[in-house]
Design a protein around this ligand. Structure first.
Ligand SMILES: Cc1cc2nc3c(=O)[nH]c(=O)nc-3n(C[C@H](O)[C@H](O)[C@H](O)COP(=O)(O)OP(=O)(O)OC[C@H]3O[C@@H](n4cnc5c(N)ncnc54)[C@H](O)[C@@H]3O)c2cc1C
Length: 451
């Protein structure tokens, strides 16, 4: 941004999708300005998901969603080592629990092959048992999809931001777009004053239709779809390898059991429509049902404590597919309705948006990438607490060192709020949920977070 607060292109929203677009446009030689309402990135849908990198085996054939997911999946695998992003190569099994579900498995394999996921195969009860011996014997068979993986949902978008910044982009946090008008140039009203821009990209997640209304009557309505989760403590991770998926319905992918990159086990999410766009509350009844369903599928969970619960809001619209369009005459690109697959799709969406931008407003360049690796939080890879010199540990549940916390509070893009600090380090996210380390962490953060 120049001294006059004018940007070539503004991205509204720093969820995983906005962060990936920011990276792609900056690497294309633009100087994008990302405006995020929260005091840190990932203040919306992207802060609470299942963290699965999907192959797209069950996505609607021919959809924009499938195309973006598969491009995003490929690019994640290409760049992840350079950005130090983890990949837990778990594979997934779609498990049939009833005869009716069993009858649908061949259709799932056929769809996967149609979607170019050629290694998806039907497996019988014995094969399933060999793959996942601790799954309930009530499992009747499944479809094995080896390419489904587990990732860290927070380090990836953080790495995209760092790379975009290294290429000249600018991020303004605590900057909510509240209105605006277009007179050949966009004049966006924000709580930090006016920002003008030659073009605007709306990536506002659950606020997508509200931000869209600044430009035109929104042709879609966001109805957030809440997903609640229970997180089982680390000993549960020994109970399974693969992601256990249900046979999906039209409405949802259903309740999944999977490990996390951080060494826990997740059961969830639910799928509950709500009007509230900001609050993702959990409720006892739903959590109890998740524990019950999880224990039915993986009986060993009965012996492990639940260490945390959370919920996320999917930015769902009345349409199944992503709502991504350009209005060149208005110098506006809409990126909305990225409902259940945005973590996987983000890099592919960013490529698609760069294409729309290029076609509407001028071709992008292709700079030699500057790689900006982020700290590792994944249990499968070495972590600082393992250093034989015995670093000072602050969070004893997640084994987070003082150095890791200080690093997250300094540098080019420090944590903006407590949530951002947790997502960058995992401090306070373990079984005591900060009961023991909160005071120490907050003392380290004193004066460093965005007030
Ligand atoms: C329960 C659940 C499970 C999921 N599981 C998976 C999975 O396993 N794999 C997968 O690939 N995907 C998964 N997803 C989907 C994925 O999380 C979403 O598709 C993705 O997070 C959407 O990102 P976004 O950037 O579009 O929206 P958001 O993350 O909501 O980002 C929008 C941002 O815009 C900001 N904003 C809003 N209004 C304004 C404004 N006026 N001014 C400035 N900023 C504004 C918000 O603060 C927010 O940070 C899941 C989602 C949920 C909820």
């Amino acid at each position: 941004m120049t001294d006059t607060n004018h940007a070539q292109v503004v991205i509204v929203g720093g969820g995983v999708v906005g962060c990936a677009i920011f990276r792609r446009l900056a690497m294309g030689g633009l100087r994008p300005v990302l405006l995020e309402a929260g005091r840190d990135i990932l203040s919306g849908a992207s802060k609470g998901n299942s963290a699965l990198l999907h192959t797209g085996f069950d996505a609607p054939h021919g959809s924009l969603e499938l195309s973006c997911m598969q491009k995003g999946y490929r690019e994640y695998l290409e760049i992840r080592e350079k950005l130090n992003l983890p990949l837990v190569k778990s594979g997934a099994v779609v498990v049939a629990w009833t005869e009716e579900e069993l009858a649908r498995l061949d259709g799932i394999v056929a769809k996967a092959h149609e979607n170019a996921v050629g290694d998806a195969v039907r497996i019988d009860r014995d094969q399933l048992r060999r793959l996942e011996p601790l799954l309930s014997p009530k499992a009747l068979g499944g479809v094995h999809v080896p390419g489904e993986h587990i990732v860290d949902p927070w380090s990836a978008p953080l790495a995209y931001i760092h790379q975009g910044l290294a290429h000249g982009g600018i991020v303004l946090r605590d900057c909510r777009v509240t209105g605006g008008h277009f007179d050949g140039v966009w004049h966006l009203e924000t709580n930090q004053g006016e920002v003008t821009a030659d073009a605007v990209i709306n990536a506002a997640g659950n606020q997508g239709d509200i931000v869209e209304a600044i430009n035109r009557p929104a042709p879609f309505k966001i109805t957030p779809r809440k997903g609640q989760f229970v997180v089982f403590d680390k000993p549960a991770a020994r109970l399974l390898k693969a992601i256990i998926l249900p046979v999906p319905t039209e409405r949802t992918k259903g309740v999944v059991i999977c490990r996390t990159a951080f060494g826990n086990v997740l059961v969830g999410p639910t799928a509950e429509d709500q009007e509230d766009r900001a609050t993702a509350a959990v409720d006892q009844a739903a959590l109890r049902q998740l524990v019950q369903r999880g224990t039915e599928m993986l009986p060993g969970l009965a012996n492990v404590d639940v260490s945390a619960v959370y919920a996320g809001l999917r930015p769902a619209t009345e349409f199944k597919d992503y709502q991504i369009t350009a209005q060149p005459d208005r110098r506006w690109i809409t990126v909305a309705g990225i409902r259940s697959t945005g973590l996987t799709g983000a890099l592919g969406i960013a490529r698609h948006v760069a294409g729309l931008y290029g076609a509407s407003f001028g071709r992008l360049g292709q700079a030699e990438p500057i790689w900006t690796p982020v700290p590792n939080l994944c249990e499968e890879n070495p972590r600082p607490y393992q250093n034989p010199l015995g670093p000072e540990i602050v969070c004893h549940c997640e084994l987070v060192t003082k150095d890791e916390i200080e690093t997250a509070l300094d540098g080019t893009f420090p944590a903006g709020d407590v949530g951002g600090l947790k997502r960058r380090t995992r401090a306070m996210m373990g079984r005591c949920q900060g009961f023991y380390c909160c005071a120490h962490v907050m003392a380290l953060a004193e004066g460093k977070l965005i007030p």
